[in-house]
Design a protein around this ligand. Sequence first.
Ligand SMILES: [Mg+2]
Length: 121
Amino acid sequence: MKKCLVVDDSKVIRKVACHILETLDFTVAEAEDGSQALEAVQSESPDVVLLDWNMPVMDGMQFLKALGELTLEKRPKVIFCTTENGVEHIREAIDAGADEYIMKPFDRETLQSKLQIVELG
Ligand SMILES: [Mg+2]
C-alpha cells in the first residue's frame, strides 16, 4: 500500500482527505503543521505528501524548503493545496519543489487524478 501524509491545520480537512485516500487504498498519516510534517516525513516515509499552504508554526513554503534540505532515502512526491485566493502561490511552490497542486475544496476524482499525475494512482 502507498502511504500519504496529510498536512493541514484544519482537522476537518484532514479528516475528509484521509477518508478519500483510504477509499483510494492509501495508508494515511497526519500532521497539523509543517514542523510536525518534517518529523513525519522522516518517521513515516510517505510516498506522497498532501500539503496545505497556510498553517501556523511552519507553513507549506517553509516545509518545502526544509524538505529540500533533508537527506532522505526516498523523497516523497508533494501535492500542495491552494485556494482560489492563493493561485499566485502555484509557481512559487513548484519552484520550491512541489510536484503538483490541487485546488481546495477537492473531491475524490480530482485527488485521484492528481495522484495519478505524480504516478501514484
Ligand atoms: Mg490551513
